[in-house]
Design a protein around this ligand. Structure first.
Ligand code: UDP
Length: 381
C-alpha cells in the first residue's frame, strides 16, 4: 500500500494546483500521471530547431481573476502576450474575432466607426433573442455570410458536428468587435510563462511533500492506493466508472492529431496561428510556434491540427445529449466519499486554463474551510 494523505490522478493544471496547495499545507501528496511528463496538455519543450513548442497545441493564458494571476506569478515570470489569430478566407488573411478590418477586407467596404460597424452587423444579421444552439449564436452575431465563411465548416471540422448540434456557448466563446481591436481575448491579463509551461509546473510540483509517479496508469495500481484523506481525479469521468453508462450512448470527446513539420526557412506564415475555416482543407489551423515570444531560429516548426474522434480526449463536446450522460456519471461521483472530480475531463466542461486554475484553487479553499469547521466542532464536542 502506498501511503499519502492526498492522492491526485493527473499532473495537469488541476492536479498540480491541488498538489502544490496540499503540500504547502503540510500534507504528503502522491501524484499519479499516465503520461511520461507533467503539465498535462500544457506540456511544452524545446524542439530540434531550438524552438519552444507545445506538444498538445498552443496554450494562451488570459484571465481577469486577480487571485489566479497572482498565483501563477508565484511560480514563473511571465511576459505580456496579446494573442492574435488570422483566418484564411477567400484567399485573404483576415482577423478573427470579426472586427471592422475583417468586414472591410472580405466585402470591400470602408467602414470606419463603431456606429457604422454596428449598423452593418444589424443590417446583415437576424435578430435572435435567445440563441438555442451554436448556429443561432453565430448567426445572431455576424449574419449568414460570415457564418458560412468563418464558422460553419471550421466547427464541423473541429467537432464533427455542425454548430446547430452544439450548445450556443461553444460559438459564444468568440466575440464580435465593432472596433479595430484584433486581439483574440480581451482579458486584463494576457501572458505567457517566460521559460514555458513545463517549467511553471515543475516549480509548482517542486516540494519535498510531493511525489510524482510518471508513466503509471492509476487504474493499473488502484488496488495499491488506499488510506488517503482525499483523492482527486482529473481524468475523464466515464473512465473512472469504467464507462458503465456509456454502452449505448458514449460520452463524446474530441482529440487532435498534430502533424508537425520543420521548414528550412525563417518563417512560414505571418502570425502564430492561422485558422482555415474552409471546406477545402481538413485541418482547422496551422500553428507556427516561433512567433510566440519572437523566438530566433534559422528554421521554423509548423503544426497542422486535425481534430479527430480517436486518440486522447482533449475536448468535451458540449451539447444536451452529452450533458445528460455526464449527469448520470456525476450522480455516481457525488455519492463517493473523499473522492473529488476536478478539471476539464472530470467535469466534462470546456474550461479555459484560468478557469481550471480557479476551480482547483477554490476547491482547495472550500475543503480547507470545511475541515477547519469540522475540527472546531469535534473539539467542541
Ligand atoms: N470557431 C470557428 N472558426 C474559427 C475559430 C473558432 O468556427 O475560426 C468556433 C469553433 O466551433 C471553435 C469555437 O469557435 O470550436 C471556439 O473557438 P476557440 O478558439 O475558443 O477554440 P479552442 O482554441 O479552445 O480550440
Amino acid at each position: 500500500m502506498r501511503n499519502a494523505d492526498i492522492v491526485i490522478i493527473g499532473a495537469g493544471i488541476s492536479g498540480a494546483v491541488l498538489a502544490e496547495r496540499y503540500a504547502n499545507a503540510g500534507k504528503k501528496v502522491l501524484v499519479i500521471e499516465k503520461r511520461n511528463h507533467i503539465a498535462g496538455n500544457c506540456y511544452d519543450y524545446t524542439d530540434e530547431n531550438g524552438i519552444l513548442v507545445s506538444k498538445y497545441g498552443a496554450h494562451l493564458f488570459h484571465t481577469n481573476y486577480e487571485d489566479v494571476w497572482q498565483y501563477v506569478n508565484s511560480f514563473s515570470e511571465w511576459y505580456n502576450w496579446e494573442h492574435k489569430v488570422l483566418a484564411k478566407v477567400d484567399g485573404q488573411l483576415v482577423p478573427i474575432p470579426v472586427n471592422i478590418t475583417t468586414v472591410n477586407k472580405l466585402f470591400g467596404l470602408a467602414i470606419n466607426t463603431e456606429e457604422e460597424m454596428s449598423a452593418w452587423l444589424k443590417n446583415n444579421s437576424p435578430e435572435i433573442e435567445n440563441p438555442a444552439n451554436g448556429e443561432e449564436a453565430a448567426l445572431a452575431k455576424v449574419g449568414p455570410v460570415l457564418y458560412e465563411k468563418m464558422f460553419k465548416h471550421y466547427t464541423k471540422k473541429q467537432w464533427d458536428k455542425y454548430p446547430a448540434e452544439l450548445d450556443a456557448s461553444v460559438l459564444n466563446r468568440i466575440p464580435v468587435r465593432t472596433n479595430h481591436d484584433d486581439r483574440y481575448f480581451s482579458d486584463k491579463y494576457q501572458a505567457l510563462p517566460k521559460r514555458g509551461y513545463t517549467e511553471l509546473f515543475r516549480n509548482m510540483l517542486k516540494h519535498p511533500n510531493i511525489e510524482v509517479m510518471l508513466n503509471v496508469d492509476y487504474f493499473d495500481i488502484s488496488d495499491e492506493i488506499g488510506g488517503y484523506e482525499k483523492l482527486f481525479y482529473t481524468g475523464p469521468i466515464d473512465r473512472f466508472f469504467d464507462f458503465k453508462h456509456g454502452l449505448e450512448d458514449k460520452l463524446e470527446y474530441r482529440s487532435i492529431n498534430f502533424v508537425s513539420e520543420t521548414l528550412d526557412q525563417p518563417f512560414f506564415q505571418e502570425n502564430s496561428v492561422v485558422n482555415y475555416p474552409g471546406e477545402d482543407v481538413d485541418f482547422t489551423r496551422i500553428i507556427e510556434y516561433k512567433h510566440f515570444g519572437y523566438q530566433k531560429s534559422e528554421k521554423t516548426t509548423v503544426v497542422r491540427e486535425y481534430t479527430t474522434d480517436e486518440g486522447e480526449p482533449y475536448y468535451p463536446v458540449p451539447n444536451t445529449k452529452n450533458q445528460e450522460i455526464y449527469e448520470r456519471y456525476k450522480a455516481e461521483a457525488d455519492k463517493l466519499l473523499d473522492v473529488y472530480f476536478v478539471g476539464r475531463l472530470a467535469n466534462y466542461k470546456y474550461f479555459n486554463m484560468d478557469q481550471a486554475f480557479k476551480n482547483a484553487l477554490d476547491l482547495f479553499a472550500s475543503l480547507e474551510q470545511e475541515s477547519t469547521i469540522t475540527n472546531v466542532l469535534s473539539k467542541a464536542v
